[in-house]
Design a protein around this ligand. Structure first.
Ligand SMILES: *Cc1c(COP(=O)(O)O)cnc(C)c1O
Length: 463
């Protein structure tokens, strides 16, 4: 199984290289050279299987011969044993054809755990017996950082640095990152937005000397293994609701477009996906792009759903690559121009391709809060603000008899202030968060400046 860069100027790589690197050296994102596919019979056979089994089957298709199948099974079983629900990603029915897919039963209460728990174990397996210690640098809008720290703390072959936007995440999100004592973890508040953090991280990958010196690695959703791991729950949810004999629609709360693109990956693997609603908050670059054909950056707004306060959706490049018939020259031109001008005008055929699989819906702050309240009143379910954005967007989606699955991306206890403001009720402190408020926090502070960040990481990597 080989991977190519969306910008076409990097050598093809195998799964292990893609896993351990993250971003391609030409600034593009890796995608499979050919999409693996499941037949309808193979999809049907997933019914009733444990989540870890389906995960191992899916990763095996993407990994090629990088790992033996039984090793993937063990890794997936270990990874998902950390989840507090036996189904790992259970469905909850809210209405006749409306379902929540609960992705927050992992150690840090957001869907990022689903991929990250698997990734850290794949890293361990890939690096077993080697002398390497990778430096993982991760930009976070709040949840990736906690999931990555939890998954990689104490790792034998990796140290981890997390950059988060100062003052722009919830306290529970922050404490999941800052209260670990492991020596291989550093967390820094950057004076800027998530987009600034992500831009800094991408810049590190373009500095070949720095990259080699610290043995740089990335676990943002630019890392293909994240997307691969996240495609699994689209499949398990669809199968539970009758796939392959029936099409299923999804609504995905979206920031960096990684999770939504995982749904696209599931579709390319043979799942009958009736459509994916790309649900954004007021940071609506993706909803606007799908509506108007112009992908244009705007200023970042602070919202109740901070994990989606993003205006540069990295994984959109993967969709653009597919939508332009895998034209790497065109994709490189478009995204290099975007870095300078902050906008891309989508060709009619590109836009038509995207609209065939995706609809965009932007949800404002009032509607998000009203949705938290009405969901509680009507169904008894307390949802977090990101999930509420997905639910509000789902309400606008045209509904026929197709089941619609809204991805519940975080537990409400992770965003108590927003939930309290919307409902007047305090979500109970989650058992997984016990102790977070008693522990000492370790946080460094950095300017949004490439050389300051490099110096900081070099000091850490030098021990
Ligand atoms: C990261 C995150 C999102 C957005 O996911 P993307 O893959 O960046 O689109 C949505 N909700 C929550 C709770 C998140 O942590």
């Amino acid at each position: 199984m080989r991977y190519v860069s969306t910008r076409g100027r990097a050598a093809p790589a195998d799964f292990k290289q893609v896993l351990l690197t993250g971003l391609a050296p030409d600034g593009g994102l890796y995608v499979p050279e050919e999409w693996p596919a499941f037949s309808p019979a193979e999809i049907a056979a997933f019914a009733g299987q444990p989540y870890a089994h389906v995960a191992a089957e899916v990763i095996a298709r993407f990994a090629g011969d990088a790992f033996p199948r039984d090793q993937l099974q063990t890794i997936a079983e270990d990874a998902y044993a950390t989840f507090a629900h036996p189904a790992v990603a259970p469905l909850k029915q809210l209405g006749d054809n409306l379902f929540l897919l609960e992705l927050f039963h992992g150690p840090t209460l957001a869907f990022k755990d689903v991929a990250m728990q698997l990734l850290s174990r794949l890293y361990d397996a890939a690096l077993a017996g080697s002398e390497r210690t990778l430096t993982i640098v991760c930009a976070t809008s709040g949840d990736t950082g906690g999931a990555a720290v939890e998954a990689f703390r104490g790792a034998r072959h990796a140290r981890i640095v997390v950059l988060f936007p100062h003052d722009k995440i919830s306290e529970v999100q922050r404490r999941f990152m800052t209260t670990t004592r492991d020596a291989n973890v550093r967390v820094a508040a950057v004076d800027g937005t998530f987009d600034d953090c992500q831009h800094l991280v991408k810049g590190l990958f373009r500095d070949e000397v720095f990259k080699t010196d610290v043995d740089l690695s990335g676990v943002n959703s630019i890392n293909w293994a994240r997307v691969a791991a996240q495609s699994v729950y689209y499949i398990t949810a669809a199968v539970a609701l009758g796939a392959p004999h029936r099409a299923i629609a999804f609504a995905t709360p979206t920031g960096n477009f990684g999770d939504a693109f995982a749904g696209y990956a599931a579709r390319r693997m043979g799942l009958d996906v009736a459509g994916i609603t790309v649900a954004t908050n007021g940071n609506d670059i993706l909803a606007r792009a799908l509506e108007t054909g112009r992908y244009a950056q705007a200023g970042v707004l602070a919202t109740q759903s901070p994990a989606m306060d993003i205006q540069v959706a990295s994984n959109f490049e993967r969709l653009y690559f597919e939508a332009s018939r895998r034209d790497a020259v065109e994709t490189a031109r478009a995204f290099e121009a975007f870095a300078v001008e902050g906008a891309i005008d989508l060709a009619p055929s590109t836009l038509a391709y995207m609209r065939d699989g995706f609809t965009g819906q932007a949800v404002g702050e009032d509607e998000t809060a009203r949705t938290i309240l009405s969901t509680l009143n009507e169904t008894g379910e307390l949802v977090d603000p990101h999930t509420a954005v997905g639910l509000a967007a789902a309400r606008r989606a045209t509904t026929d008899d197709t089941p619609l699955v809204v991805l519940a991306t975080a537990h409400p206890a992770k965003f108590p202030d927003a939930v309290r403001a919307a409902t007047g009720a305090d979500p109970a402190l989650h058992a997984r968060a016990h102790g977070l408020f008693d522990r000492h926090e370790r946080i460094d502070r950095l300017a949004a400046d490439a050389s300051a960040v490099k110096a900081y990481i070099r000091r850490f990597a030098a021990g």
